[in-house]
Design a binder for this molecule. Structure first.
Ligand code: 5GP
Ligand code: ZN
Length: 115
């Protein structure tokens, strides 16, 4: 846990969030500023600044994140039509919150490449 990290505060319950999925290791909640009809953030409960900081010891955690995202996509009803999983990592990718998070986006057609 990092004292001043916004997403650690959500994990601790110090800041409220609209939770949509949770297990022992990961938590998913709605993005406060949604970019699509479904926009959920899925995070490891443990503070990990970037997904690129993961090591071999995090292999199970990373798998749980993907399985959790699949569960969110099913629950939100976006798995069949189309869902996008995104990790913005560091400056050029636009990472603002330095607690690794997967964006789960769906509910509308999306363009490629991203901006
Ligand atoms: P990043 O640019 O770091 O990949 O994305 C951070 C995301 O966190 C943004 O989409 C932003 O809307 C979301 N966000 C920022 N603060 C909060 C908050 O307090 N609660 C929730 N639910 N989402 C937040
Ligand atoms: Zn954190």
């Amino acid at each position: 846990m990092a004292e001043d990290c916004l997403f650690c505060k959500i994990v601790r319950g110090d800041i409220s969030a609209q939770k949509v999925y949770e297990d022992d290791d990961v938590l998913a909640f709605r993005d406060i500023n949604p970019e699509a009809p479904t926009h959920v953030l899925l995070i490891p409960k443990r503070h990990l600044p970037r997904v690129t900081d993961a090591t071999a010891e995090d292999a199970v955690l990373l798998g749980k994140m993907l399985l959790g995202a699949n569960a969110v996509a099913e629950r939100e009803g976006i798995a069949a039509n189309g869902v996008r999983y995104v990790f913005n990592t560091n400056q050029d990718a636009g990472q603002i919150i330095f607690h690794a998070h997967m964006h789960i986006l769906g509910g509308r057609p999306m363009g490629w490449p991203p901006g």
